[in-house]
Design a protein. Sequence first.
Length: 419
Amino acid sequence: MTAPDAEVLVVGGGPAGSATATLLARRGHDVLLLDRAAFPRAKACAEYLSPGVVDVLGRLGVQDAIGQAGVAWLRGMRIQTRHASVDITYPSGHNGGLARCALGVPREVFDTMLLDNARASGARVQERTYVSSVMLEEGQVVGARVRSGSAQSPAPALADSDEAASPAPYESLIRARVVVAADGLHSAVARSLGLERQVRWPRRLGLVARYAGGTALGDSGEMHVGHRLYCGLAPVGGGLVNVGLVGELPLKRSGESREELFERRLAKLPGAMRALAGARRVTPVRGAGPLARGVRRVMGPGYLLVGDAAGFLDPFTGEGIYRALRGAELAAEAVERALERPDCLPIGYAQARAAAFGEKERVTWLIQLFMISPRWFDYVLRNLAKRPALAALLGGILGDYRPAGAALRPAFLAALLRP
């Protein structure tokens, strides 16, 4: 394979990579985007996009196109256990305006439209191209080693099918002033730079499939929480429901297939089974895990990380796609600053991410702590159901359009926890 050098090399064509490439190409930069898969491709993902994601899609210019692609507009998410439940909706809270909506959309549709948008914006896109590692010169990233064709990296257990194929025998070099790592949970760029950091808790496995024929969900998603297990249900249009099951590792019994594991664990959530009554599974079960991932840093001379490559905790609060797209906006700004420097250091990027995501991450950790105890989680859900103002505030935070710091204030916690 031969390929011209690029000003910016984006590794990964998912939401984070496609959005970063789009924004930089629109600003006149020479951008080359590489992805190991051929699009459209399936992905293990909850497929429930928050109202904050819809806002970013508007800024990227693809909201209308995606909204017209036969997807599902959702008014909120119902969170429930065996003993308690609360409806989380998305009132705007601004001058009595209309409530916001979430979006249920298949990742094949969503990712392909974002990648096509990057192409239309001027980015060069090369699929079926695997980046094995980065090139370093005097401590600065100056490009990447790539394999073309069907080249893939070895897949972790139960990983998405697009991550499992034999590596191609030929390798070439692509030089770039800045490399953007948007290559997901198992980032080859982060691994080659020694940036991966083990997360000891939570260590969970995600399993995802789609069902057809159910009628119980209507225009809302549902989250069913059990002991060390939860399941998200999200209509995605066309009569289909995305079913995402997350549980602690290890889960798999000896000799058990992925489908058998999925069905056995799903049966432990009677609320989810009732919601899926009459429905049938119409796709294979896809998996990814462990889900939690940390990195030692998100930037350095000649590179930065964005999306899941920059770290991920747990999908319960659903901010993965939002962090990918909002993170792409921050990454594009940081890359432009880096291109003005001889060392191509994206100064300010880590601080911008901390300001954008730090408070929401702390809220996510707080929810994880409540989920340890089913009794405490039931108690919190009951209180939210009794206190609509608190539920509305939390809806705005989980919807990624209200500052998360409000949920960390002593007054909010006191109101949430008092009898």
